[in-house]
Design a protein around this ligand. Structure first.
Ligand code: GTP
Ligand code: MG
Length: 585
């Protein structure tokens, strides 16, 4: 992992086709909706996840075996095999030739030819001998001082972790405790928060105050904005994204999760609280489904509040929660063996977090503590040589225009010329910041603040994408997508003319489904023959979607993170999907 990052090569190499590395065999029992995303992982890593720690978990054979799942769950699982038929006939009717292109200005074309002389007609070159190519490019591109610089900045890997789960599960408390345990908050500050929390009649919320920094959040005891913090372990740097659990703030949660690599799903074990969160309509379910759709590839499920008097570190309660969550996680598309790890904690007391829980408190737990589990997680490799893509989540003025966002593909270097899309504004990179540190370049996965020249902050909206000049991101009014309908309001029908709010990376736009193209039979995974006029809950459908403003998106198969989306209406997630094409059919 680290080595690969050290091999960073600037964007002169964008003609390398990252898709060439995608192909992994699809296993028979693999029902992962994110097949394509996972395929970015080299096979040696694909095993993993939390591999070395999973083995120390208590055996749960009867829960793990798919065959023991009740029939309706098996159904669900099969229904999620959406990806495997993608290559067959579903999108075959969509002609490649009709792809909608945003006209490139002559200026851009000049830039393109000067930057990448060997891109032919925008066709990516086949990557036949990756190692060799990498070798050669490394030699060509790096002056010695650059390499040193790189080593210095990339000593530790970086992961974005989103904390999700039902309201009051203890996300902010756990996040705050992590910062306290990693030495970033001193005792005096904690005492100050204790007093403030007491004055607000929210005594037990003092740990959450570390993450919940604004007055409204502290008074109500609810996170509203996604809190951000950083901490480090021996091997990794983490950015914590503390999402709100309340259902009114799901759009904020979506924005947090779309920037994350892995998730910590916080579940309250307190009597009644697990149940409320887990019910249909509870945010435990909605968050899991959204996280999966938004590309959160691994989940640590922390069963929190184990210290609560109604729980008392009960093994039975822990097992009950785990056994109820497993089938649900599976039906949401997570591979429970490879991508999910459960562990008990107390975020408030700080037990089983930095060090393993004391045996006198919890004799039955043999697994890892939270810090160990976070350290052990591996995530798919990202291609530092891909075309540059950074969806802009925020912008402000600070000695020029500053934008914020996570690098989803490629790398950026001080002095680079890039485009802000869709307005095709040419900008120059003046300075790059990771956390508080100024760096000269940054690779994929990094959360950055970048100072740019060539554009005013008022000309940038969140959802715009800072993009490579040679291979700019596409901007479209219309696209073709595969959708899985989850739950329509009042069991309505889904038909042409259906309007919803589209959430795709940092974009939030009203949209309309203009045509249902095909329905897919979840059993055979083949498109159904007859023409469809409407579908209902749980259907899989291929459809054409329109928006009123240009949006920058990609096909899921090219850039999973920029091609997956959710449709919401009246505060509820009604469908999840992925972009399969841009053509009008
Ligand atoms: P939202 O931001 O509103 O979604 O909530 P949250 O998940 O961030 O929960 P928060 O951290 O604000 O905690 C909610 C309540 O649960 C507070 O009263 C906490 O003290 C309590 N709590 C959190 N973790 C624990 C724990 O480990 N044990 C006990 N006993 N209480 C906890
Ligand atoms: Mg919170």
């Amino acid at each position: 992992y680290y080595d690969d990052h050290l091999d960073y090569v600037p964007r002169e190499d964008e003609n390398v086709n990252s898709e060439a590395r995608h192909v992994l065999p699809v296993e028979a029992d693999d029902f992962d909706m994110d097949r394509m995303a996972d395929d970015l992982m080299p096979s040696s890593l694909a095993e993993i996840a939390v591999g070395n720690t999973t083995s120390s978990l208590p055996p749960k054979t009867d829960k793990e075996g798919m065959s023991s799942a009740p029939p309706d769950i098996q159904e669900d699982i099969r229904a999620l095999q959406l990806d495997s038929y993608e290559d067959d006939s579903v999108v075959a009717s969509v002609e490649d030739g009709k792809l909608e292109e945003v006209g490139k200005s002559t200026v851009i074309e000049e830039e393109v030819s000067s930057v990448v002389a060997n891109v032919e007609d925008g066709k990516p070159e086949e990557l036949e001998q990756p190692e060799m190519i990498e070798e050669v490019k490394k030699k060509e591109i790096f002056a010695p001082e650059d390499t040193e610089d790189l080593v210095e900045d990339k000593k530790k890997r970086h992961l974005n972790v989103v904390f999700i789960g039902h309201v009051d599960a203890g996300k902010s408390t756990t996040g705050g405790q992590i910062l306290f345990l990693s030495g970033q908050v001193d005792d005096r500050t904690i005492q100050k928060y204790e007093k403030e929390a007491k004055d607000k009649n929210r005594e037990s919320w003092y740990m959450a105050y570390i993450m919940d920094t604004n007055e409204e959040e502290r008074v109500k005891g609810k996170t509203v904005e996604v809190g951000r913090a950083h901490f480090e372990t021996e091997t990794s740097r983490f950015t914590i994204l503390d999402a709100p659990g309340h259902k009114s703030y799901v759009p904020n949660m979506i924005s947090g999760a779309s920037q994350a690599d892995i998730g910590v799903l916080v579940i309250s074990a307190r009597k009644g609280e697990f149940e409320t969160g887990y019910e249909r309509g509870g945010q435990t379910r909605e968050h899991v489904q959204l996280a999966k759709t938004l590309g959160v590839s691994k989940l640590l499920v922390v069963v929190n509040k184990m210290d609560d008097p109604t729980v008392g570190w009960s093994k039975d309660r822990y097992n009950e929660i785990e056994s109820k969550m497993i089938p649900f996680l599976r039906s949401s598309g997570y591979n429970v063996k490879k991508d999910v790890l459960f562990l008990p904690i107390s975020g408030l007391v700080g037990s089983n977090m930095k060090t393993r829980v004391d045996k006198s408190l919890c004799p039955w737990w043999d697994g890892p503590c939270l810090f160990e589990a976070l350290d052990a997680i591996e995530v798919p490799l990202r291609d530092p040589r891909g075309p540059f893509r950074l969806p802009i989540i925020d912008k402000f003025k600070d000695m020029g225009t500053v934008i914020m966002g996570k690098v989803e593909s490629g790398s950026v270097r001080e002095g680079d010329n890039l485009l802000v899309m869709p307005n095709k504004a040419q900008v120059k990179i003046l300075a790059i910041f990771i956390d508080e540190d100024k760096v000269r370049y940054a690779g994929p996965g990094e959360n950055l603040r970048i100072r740019i020249s060539g554009i005013e902050d008022e000309d940038i909206l969140s959802g715009f994408v800072l993009s490579s000049v040679a291979k700019p991101i596409r901007a479209v009014y219309e696209f073709v997508a595969q959708l899985k309908i989850l739950e329509l309001l009042d069991n309505a029908i889904f038909t042409a003319g259906y309007k919803a709010v589209l959430h795709i990376h940092a974009v939030v736009e009203e949209c309309e489904v203009v045509e249902l193209i095909q329905q897919i039979d979840p059993r055979t995974k083949k498109p159904m023959k007859k023409k469809i006029l409407f579908v209902k809950n749980d259907a899989f459908v291929v459809c054409r979607i329109q928006v009123n403003n240009l949006i920058c998106i990609e096909k899921f198969s090219d850039f999973p993170q920029l091609g997956r989306f959710t449709l919401r209406t009246e505060g509820k997630t009604v469908a999840v999907g992925k972009v399969t094409d841009f053509a009008s059919v």
